[in-house]
Write a protein that binds this ligand. Structure first.
Ligand SMILES: Nc1nc2c(c(=O)[nH]1)N[C@H]1C(S)=C(S)[C@@H](COP(=O)(O)OP(=O)(O)OC[C@H]3O[C@@H](n4cnc5c(=O)[nH]c(N)nc54)[C@H](O)[C@@H]3O)O[C@H]1N2
Ligand SMILES: Nc1nc2c(c(=O)[nH]1)N[C@H]1C(S)=C(S)[C@@H](COP(=O)(O)OP(=O)(O)OC[C@H]3O[C@@H](n4cnc5c(=O)[nH]c(N)nc54)[C@H](O)[C@@H]3O)O[C@H]1N2
Ligand code: SF4
Ligand SMILES: [Mo]
Length: 684
């Protein structure tokens, strides 16, 4: 491996932008991370988080060796062991468990801390399929919205973001794009400069993105479907629809026209908190501006009614025929274009028992506390559930169970790892070979190792190879090289967009664009082949067939809706343990409306106790007009440090959203009082 030079790379984080990177290496060490100006979409710009990535990958706290717990669970005391010992301990324990309780007593728990396909959903899947372990429904992120979008559009297909420079109206709907999809903001600003495009932001919080908008529309949480239906009401009433598009490319628009009668602006205003005149203004702006583009965010789909929100808002571009106009339409996600051959990569046929139970990752606490057929071993990789999963106190109660054998594979001794029996050190993505596909732009990318593995760390692929050997699994596929796995994943005749893309193409070009055609004219993968404004499939699945506003669940008698969203300088809990990023972010804050604070006797900058029936936090309050009355917002998934109480997910519900097994992080309610005289929280 070369010790000096500049190397092409890709950002592995769970972020839609999937930037092209340049890694500068000196004497074997990566000394600088910058954007690659040759990347066709990200063009050399990257976020501050990753600009400071060397602070993370060479953080003194980074794990170098396998560890065995020597203190109590959660305490964080460990001692060094060898890889041989670690693999031997795990496989001996698992063999015994399989014999005594069956393989479903073992639960893999993972997410996309590294988006690399081989490391996040490749060798691991082969291994756990062969093991026969419980299956995990990985629905913590965007699955409710994806299910809702699928009912309307047939799959994760939106427009090419590169075309949004032609847009004249850009609506960021429930997305904090300035922090979470920065290149969509760059493109929007380009459109503003080129075409005088207007940027509208609809959010419950006037954050970084709201502040750059031409028009910020604050809305009450969980009510966005009503606003979208109110817009439809006006589009029909004022004849701002494209009848020819509706005829040709949709089903059910006559039913929809009748159905949206009930969503008159006055009613919608009462639900959403958006003034009647603003609903008219927005509908007319949307109906009369072309190309109009909607970037559908993750925020509103983290509610009880999140699937239906995305289902509803995704009907809007059809009403005005925007899908036919370059720069018009919507993006919820674009992963449909880049689907790989999962059968080849993940070998589902290795799972012999087709009835193997499936556990929803949003209900980890329940899964660990269940007495019947209990989970006896948890293997965590690429995720940090002690911080990111809802009902945090339940999760902790599960993790401290003495009879639960926990293995955590990570780069750091995360909050979750502190509960582990064994901790395995992970390589960073810069030390691996892997393939990456974005959920937003249309490019596939490859990463080849740029640095040697840190200490004794190993990639997920390598660890699952070792575990397969330790378990005595003989199938050749556990010996496949990374190059072979990439080739197998790309060999996917059912996805025409990948035609002609091979491992060698990636090596040669680094950024390879899928052969995406415009969606229309064309046949969508819905049952009718058209956009389904009326969906029979939804009816069969027990949902209203037409887009409908269904209020979120009553979460208890607490005065404030609690939105615990991501922040700018962390990525979920990643970076929340790196000093550089902590110092950029300073501390968690609770944003509260000044009038609410006045009524409650709370002053700016005070420590407040935030509590409900699930848990409590103590946060510093920031007063202002950035949130509506009755709503409080905090940003960032912070770990607890000495003397702090800032694990926001102790307050969030683990109810399952209306669709896709999704999470409902933002549908919880809380009470708030000055920390010194608020009552102690009463926990369930
Ligand atoms: N800097 C940074 N970037 C990230 C992440 C991160 O943690 N930090 N996380 C990554 C991941 S995994 C994901 S999934 C994406 C998520 O990125 P986004 O799609 O931006 O989703 P969120 O940040 O969850 O929420 C977006 C916005 O929704 C708002 N919101 C909450 N409830 C409602 C509602 O009912 N209606 C409306 N209109 N708005 C609402 C929140 O205030 C927030 O501003 O970002 C990715 N990128
Ligand atoms: N309150 C609240 N909670 C939320 C959200 C929210 O908006 N509000 N957002 C939710 C969403 S959208 C998501 S996607 C989840 C995300 O939650 P997680 O998937 O848990 O994401 P991270 O917190 O970034 O944790 C990723 C972990 O993977 C590790 N890792 C990175 N690369 C590798 C690797 O190659 N191998 C291994 N073994 N480990 C690796 C990192 O060090 C890190 O500890 O959080 C959810 N939780
Ligand atoms: S986190 Fe997102 S914006 Fe930042 S470098 Fe990675 S892909 Fe780009
Ligand atoms: Mo996510």
């Amino acid at each position: 491996m070369e010790q000096n030079g500049v190397f092409k790379s890709v950002c592995s984080l769970d972020c839609p932008d999937q930037c092209g990177l340049l890694l500068h290496k000196k004497d074997g060490k990566i000394v600088k991370v910058e954007g690659d100006s040759e990347h066709p979409v990200t063009k050399g710009n990257i976020c501050n988080k990753v600009r400071n990535m060397t602070e993370r990958i060479y953080d003194v706290k980074r794990l170098e060796y396998p560890l065995k717990r020597s203190g109590a669970k959660g305490e964080g005391r460990f001692e060094r062991i060898s890889w041989d010992d670690a693999i031997e301990t795990i496989t001996t324990r698992w063999k015994a468990l399989i014999q005594a309780e069956g393989p479903e007593s073992i639960l893999p728990y993972s997410f996309y801390g590294n988006m690399g396909l081989l490391n996040a959903e490749g060798m691991d899947r082969r291994f756990f399929h062969r093991l026969g372990a419980s299956q995990l429904e990985r629905s913590i992120c965007s699955s409710a919205g994806s299910a809702g979008y699928k009912y309307t559009m047939g799959g994760s297909f939106g427009i090419n973001p590169e075309d949004t420079v032609y847009s004249k109206l850009i609506i960021f709907w429930g997305i904090n794009a300035a922090s979470t999809n920065m290149h969509q903001v760059v493109l929007a600003q380009q459109a503003r400069k080129q075409n005088g495009a207007k940027i509208v932001v609809i959010d419950v919080h006037k954050n970084q993105t709201g502040r750059l908008a031409d028009w910020f529309i604050p809305i009450l949480p969980g009510t966005d479907s009503a606003l979208a239906l109110g817009i439809m009401h006006i589009l029909f009433a004022e004849n701002m629809i494209d009848s020819s598009f509706l005829h040709q490319f949709t089903v059910g628009y006559e039913e929809l026209r009748g159905h949206v009668n009930q969503y008159d602006p006055l009613t919608v205003s009462g639900i959403t908190g958006v003034p009647v005149e603003d609903i008219y203004k927005l509908a007319r702006m949307y109906g009369k501006t072309s190309p109009a583009f909607i970037r559908i965010g993750n925020g509103p789909q983290h509610h009880d009614n999140g699937g239906m929100f995305v289902r509803t808002v995704s009907c809007l571009p059809a009403l005005t025929g925007q899908w036919l106009i370059r720069g018009g339409g919507a993006i919820k996600g674009n992963s449909g274009y880049l689907t790989i051959n999962t059968e080849n990569l993940q070998r589902p046929e290795f799972l012999k028992n087709k009835q193997t139970r499936i556990i929803n990752m949003n209900q980890l606490g329940d899964a660990l506390l269940k007495e019947e057929h209990p989970v006896k071993s948890l293997y965590v990789y690429g995720t940090n559930p002690a911080i990111v999963a809802p009902e945090g106190n339940k999760v902790r109660k599960g993790l401290v169970r003495q009879d639960l054998f926990i293995v955590v594979h990570d780069l750091f001794l995360t909050e979750t790892a502190k509960y582990a029996d064994l901790v395995l050190p992970a390589t960073s993505s810069f030390e691996n070979t892997d393939m990456y596909s974005s959920s937003w732009h249309h490019y596939l990318q490859i990463q080849l190792p740029v640095a040697e593995p840190y200490g004794e760390s190993k990639s997920n692929v390598d660890v699952f190879r070792l575990l397969a050997k330790g378990m005595g699994f003989e199938d050749d596929s556990f010996e496949d090289t990374e190059a072979e796995m990439i080739a197998q994943a790309l060999n996917h005749p059912r996805n025409p967009y990948l035609e002609g893309i091979e491992y060698e193409t990636l090596l040669e070009k680094q950024y390879v664009k899928a052969k995406v055609k415009t969606l229309f004219p064309g046949k969508l993968p819905t049952p009718s082949g058209k956009i389904e404004l009326y969906s029979e499939r939804m009816e069969q699945d027990g949902y209203p067939p037409l887009p409908t506003y269904i209020p979120i669940v009553n979460d208890g008698d607490h005065p404030y809706q609690f939105i615990a969203a991501p922040n700018h300088n962390f990525l979920n809990s990643t970076f929340s343990n790196n000093q550089k990023h902590i110092s950029l972010e300073k501390e968690p804050r609770l944003h509260m409306n000044r009038k609410d604070a006045l009524d409650a006797g709370i002053e700016d900058g005070e420590q407040v106790r935030v509590w409900n029936h699930r848990g409590e936090c103590v946060l510093k309050v920031t007063l202002g007009e950035n949130v509506l009355q009755g709503v409080v917002v905090t940003q960032g998934l912070w770990a607890d440090t000495e003397g702090t109480k800032q694990l926001v997910n102790t307050l969030t519900p683990d109810r399952i959203a209306d669709m896709g097994g999704g999470a409902t992080f933002f549908s919880g309610r809380v009470s708030i009082g000055v920390a010194s005289h608020a009552p102690e929280a009463k926990l369930k």
